[in-house]
Design a protein around this ligand. Sequence first.
Ligand code: F6P
Length: 540
Amino acid sequence: MSLKSKPEWKNLQDLSIKFKETHLKTLFQNDPSRFGQFSLRHEDFFLDYSKNLVDKEVFAELLKLAESCDLKSAISDMFNAKRINHTEGRAVLHTALRHPNEGTLLFEGDNVYEQVHEVLDSMSKFSKKIRNGDLQGQSGKNITDVVNIGIGGSDLGPKMVYEGLLHYLNGPKVHFVSNVDGTHITETLKHLDPNTTLFLVASKTFTTQETMTNAASARQWLVQALNEDAVAYHFAAMSTNVEAVTQFGISKDRIFPFWDFVGGRYSLWSAIGLPLMLAFGPDRFHELLSGAHSMDNHFKLTEFSQNLPVIMALIGIWNNNFLDADSHALLPYDQYLHRFAAHFQQVDMESNGKSVDNQGNFIDYQTGPIIWGEPGTNGQHAFYQLIHQGTKFIPSDFIGFKSSLNDISDHHPKLMANFFAQTEALAFGLSTDKVVSQLKEQNLSSEEIDRLKHHKTFAGNKVSNTLLIDRLTPHSLGALIALYEHKVYVQGVIWNINPFDQWGVELGKKLAKTILEEMNTKDFSKHDSSTQGLLNEFIN
Ligand code: F6P
């Protein structure tokens, strides 16, 4: 049965008519127990989703929708190595990357947990040796700087976590180079000493144009400064394509493999996390994994009505498919998480930016929203104006921590006062009546009041989730990332799409290859007039 013809979908559509005309203010006035009903605690996470346009009936219907889409089996299929990425014929096992080395998960005849821990152990040995100086650069100096060369999932995830855990840094500094724009690598290398720099080439496929180009330039920089033999001391790689890495000249003991069942955007838990292990040490990396694993267990074992990723996914579906929101803002109130939205732009939009269902048909309902965001309070002084008073309906997630890692003066109470104030202002606004009485108190003339009153009115009714977490630690960050990964999966299941392929990135790559070749022959005649015109303008 197609999604739109399910009775649960139809019921939600009917309910949405009323909720498009309902104000959050009314929902709160009518039900004093609302906060208790629409909030829950799981370990050190507290989720308040009461500031959404839902009531018991809507929530119950959303839960039924999840059941009717066989979410339970879909979850178990993922954990149990079914080839749910059916357009690429692959299993999806990022959850196995953070599973302890206990028990067995068989895939293609191997125990995945054992495979995973073998690589984790070799990453750990390598990291320890680099960190304590047992492994040094060619000239006998300790490694002080690591350059991670990768893009997409081989960059965004590790970079976000690196920035997220900077408080815990006690190893070499990591620099991330992703863009094929020569500026990125040039500006990074400018400040580095080849004698003390280790390059990590991070690429699942080891064919990605940007990464291969940057890796070649890094190699050239090193060889020019030192010599050809230095490559063996100053390079390592993380990839599923061990053959290609060997051809690049990186020795076997410096190749950290992973597998096809790890999607690029879900790979920070694999060997792709090596820069994190080098920076923070193996123990911290294992804490990150254990945080994610505890969220995996919560997701797998908890009934849907109490399940954080499921609830956040369902609220997202309600806003996206029934209340017509087309974007979703991620607003962490923690400077360390300033790359959080950037990482989840890939995780969410590359996963659920699809318009063909699992049966191969074009679909006639909305799928993944546009994901964006910046940390608070910076965003408040930039784009919040539009969320508060613009014409778009933008649901948001506010993510904050009870205690600060840098508890100086009164910074944290000020940060968190803003955090709570914003969701209140978004939900409840400020009525024109109140604006008028405030302006009267300021002794403004009635003409002035009439002129200003609507400009100063806040309609409110802007929905948000609030996630309040005890403290930003490797464990809680691991759990937070896993929470969002699972949210994206649940939504993909309900939309009946494959969240694990990314065919949409291929066409541009192919055309760029052709154009690059044509730049030599200067023959662009196969292109449309706009592209031809632009290319001629570029080369002349
Ligand atoms: O172009 C998109 C993509 O394939 C992502 O899915 C992936 O994370 C990124 O490129 C990098 O790929 P790789 O790790 O194979 O270099």
